[in-house]
Design a protein around this ligand. Structure first.
Ligand code: SF4
Ligand code: SF4
Ligand code: FES
Length: 389
């Protein structure tokens, strides 16, 4: 008779769960799900030896085990701490944990740029979510942030080292998935950076997966960069017969164009199946794929904005009661109004893109003055407006 596996009883935020010996606190919390699950920035369940770097998953162990119920003296990283039978863990029920997490977020953001408006990761960035949910409003850091030049890691990937949080996920992915690692974390402390010697390109056919595991916008897809904000794209699950990988991917559409191809991610934001570079970078035609259907995303995701699956629209009766007339004609005032005839550039005030001559040496106290190349604006409209440059 096979020996039954012993299960440990663990209580996390007053919810009890039974897990096998050897399970980490984080995975026990994931078994419960919901808000009890600590956030993670470096741990990745699909990769070995991850976790233990970022400290965002800190929790308090209020009782070590049934046999030794003393609390652990310090907060512990839940992704690296295994459960014991009778262990009691506090996550969101302990204000000290939340306070410590704020400190961790502040620390992660010490050198982070305010790039979100131009960053390709915005809208699906773990650091954005973490800062929003667990961060402070301000920072106490007063020093100059460290900056790096952008580096092309081969033809498909660009590294923005300024955004990197040194989670090591890409290093483990290159080691374990791509099978060859030509990059790593060089130097230590404030000088630590992800780099390749002599900027050697990463040419494994599975290396594109580093883009998906990167929790921030440090590793970006060069075939997608600046093409579109992710919330304007429509994710769809699709597959193809691929000799290199499972071929099961997520396509991101804008209209009928496939703007990017990524691996599918699970509810923890982790890749379900690794995909090859050919699927990711070379198959950008709709006809390359068999479409399975719209991706079901967490309803809180910003990517969900404007995408509704299975929604039944109410019957449109306007046209019916208008005897077949198109309802938009009701609002068509252009034929009877002069509103479009006004030349906005002719109105005294701040220069517009059509009138500003961009002469950087011109003098004046506002943009119109600069355009005119004269002193104070005689109309007075701009000079008294605090919002005018
Ligand atoms: S990596 Fe995330 S937090 Fe950083 S700039 Fe990009 S979107 Fe913003
Ligand atoms: S580049 Fe991205 S995945 Fe790699 S260490 Fe930096 S943040 Fe992590
Ligand atoms: S996720 Fe646990 S230390 Fe980073």
């Amino acid at each position: 008779m096979s020996e039954e596996k012993k299960l440990f009883k663990v209580t996390i935020d007053n919810i009890q769960v039974e897990v096998e010996a050897g399970t980490t606190i984080l995975m026990a919390a994931r078994k419960i799900g919901g808000d009890v699950v600590p956030p993670t920035m470096c741990y990745y369940s699909k990769l070995d030896k991850t976790g233990g770097y970022c400290r965002t998953c800190l929790v308090r162990v209020a009782a070590g085990s049934a046999a030794d119920p003393r609390p652990m003296p310090k907060l512990v990283a839940s992704c690296r701490t295994q459960v014991m039978d009778g262990m009691i863990v506090e996550n969101i029920t302990n204000p000290a944990v939340l306070e410590a997490r704020k400190g961790v977020v502040e620390f992660l953001l010490l050198n982070h740029p305010l790039d979100c408006p131009v960053c390709d990761q915005a809208g699906e960035c773990d650091l954005q979510d973490l800062s929003y949910e667990h961060g402070k409003e301000g920072t106490r850091y007063e020093f100059k942030r460290r900056t790096f030049e952008r580096i092309d890691l081969g033809p498909y990937i660009q590294l923005h080292m300024t955004r990197c949080i040194l989670c090591y996920r890409c290093v483990h992915t290159a080691n374990q998935v791509a099978g060859q690692r030509e990059h790593g974390v060089l130097d230590r402390g404030d000088h630590a950076q992800i780099a390749t010697y002599i900027q050697k390109s990463l040419d494994s056919n599975m290396i594109g997966n580093v883009i998906d595991v990167c929790p921030v916008g440090a590793l970006t897809d060069r075939t997608f960069r600046f093409k579109q904000r992710v919330w304007f794209t429509k994710p769809v699950d699709a597959h193809r017969d691929c000799p290199e990988c499972s071929g099961r991917v997520r396509l991101w559409f804008r209209g009928d164009d496939v703007l990017r191809v990524t691996a599918r991610k699970d509810q923890w934001g982790e890749v379900e199946e690794w995909i090859c570079n050919t699927c990711r970078f070379d198959k950008k035609e709709k006809s390359d794929w068999t479409i399975e259907g719209p991706t079901r995303l967490d309803r809180h995701s910003v990517i969900n904005a404007g995408h509704y699956v299975g929604v039944e629209k109410p019957k449109e009766t306007f046209k019916e009661v208008m005897n077949g007339r198109d309802p938009k004609l009701l609002m068509d005032i252009h034929t009877i109004s002069d509103v479009n005839q006004v030349d906005l550039h002719g109105i005294p005030g701040p220069a517009t893109s059509a009138t500003f001559n961009g002469n950087p040496t011109a003098t004046g106290t506002n943009i119109t003055d600069v355009k005119e190349g004269i002193g104070r604006n005689q109309h007075g409209t701009d000079s008294t407006n605090a919002n005018t440059p």
